[in-house]
Design a protein around this ligand. Sequence first.
Ligand SMILES: C[C@](O)(CO)[C@H](O)COP(=O)(O)OP(=O)(O)OC[C@H]1O[C@@H](n2ccc(N)nc2=O)[C@H](O)[C@@H]1O
Ligand SMILES: Nc1ncnc2c1ncn2[C@@H]1O[C@H](COP(=O)(O)OP(=O)(O)OP(=O)(O)O)[C@@H](O)[C@H]1O
Length: 296
Amino acid sequence: MQYWEERGKIKIAAPAKINLFLEILGKRPDGYHEIETVMQGISLYDYIHMENRGKDVEFTCSSPKLTAGEDNLVVKAVRLFQKESGISQGVKIHLDKRIPVGAGLGGGSSDAVATLFGLNKLWQVGYDDAKLSSLAEILGSDTPFFVFGNTAVCRGRGEVVTPWKLKTPYTYIVVYPGFEVSTATVYKNFRIVLTKNLKDVTVFLQSLGSGNPEKLGAYLHNRLEEVVFRLYPELEKIKKTLAKFDFCGILLSGSGSALYGLCREERDSKKIEQQIKMLGIGDVFVVTSDFNDNAK
Ligand SMILES: C[C@](O)(CO)[C@H](O)COP(=O)(O)OP(=O)(O)OC[C@H]1O[C@@H](n2ccc(N)nc2=O)[C@H](O)[C@@H]1O
Ligand SMILES: Nc1ncnc2c1ncn2[C@@H]1O[C@H](COP(=O)(O)OP(=O)(O)OP(=O)(O)O)[C@@H](O)[C@H]1O
């Protein structure tokens, strides 16, 4: 994760993710679904500001959609880190929320990991990535991905992360339709019988590695799309609207509600962004998978 340290204060950029590929292999006895997914970190960030402060946890959040209480994933991460490290010191944290909530963009998970990461620096604990990942998975299924970021194949319930080297960056346009979708509801409504003709992640990775948006577009896949479109037909309508633009592929991210289009050319993205904005179908973000982009 990118971070900046100045006079005892730390600022961390917590990136969003999109799912480029998501297959469901089965339902497990513990109620979770066994998945195989390729997650891509993107250049859309929440910002977490933290500094040492007294004995209490002081937390504020810019978004009126979220509470700043114990149920916020940032506070949950602080409590977990305090318990594990045995450090009961206080901290002041502000979350500058930019990633849409309940959008399948992993914002809450990323905030949780950014908090673990920041406390590790602030309190000079020295946990390595493996340790941070083992803490992260207590807070969610998508969370360990954000310890490694960039591009990764994630298996199990999502917590078994294999980083993957992406050589050529792609540009995407993310559309948030203005309402949340609950991940739990989507998985609950997913019928395992729908899982036939399982897609092969190795074939997908070849298309991702080609550096050719045309090829990648043909292999984008999200097994949850069908059930989400059944529950929210308006999202399928938005996908059809987006199909009128010059994208190489369009897909729902995770359990939704956000959709993204894969751009053919980076240079056309701003023009398409403006055209989509004019339709008033939601918030629109041009993002890239290039992590050399400075998030500051
Ligand atoms: C849809 C994805 O975003 C794709 O990356 C993830 O699979 C969701 O991961 P997440 O948000 O971290 O999920 P969690 O917060 O752990 O779980 C939310 C809810 O989704 C269900 N869930 C989650 C992950 C999974 N592999 N199978 C599930 O059935 C859980 O039963 C839980 O009720
Ligand atoms: N810091 C946070 N940012 C976003 N959501 C949070 C946060 N803390 C708690 N939450 C709760 O987590 C839920 C999921 O939020 P998030 O934006 O992570 O959605 P998502 O990307 O669809 O992830 P998930 O797949 O985990 O549901 C929200 O409805 C919210 O109530």
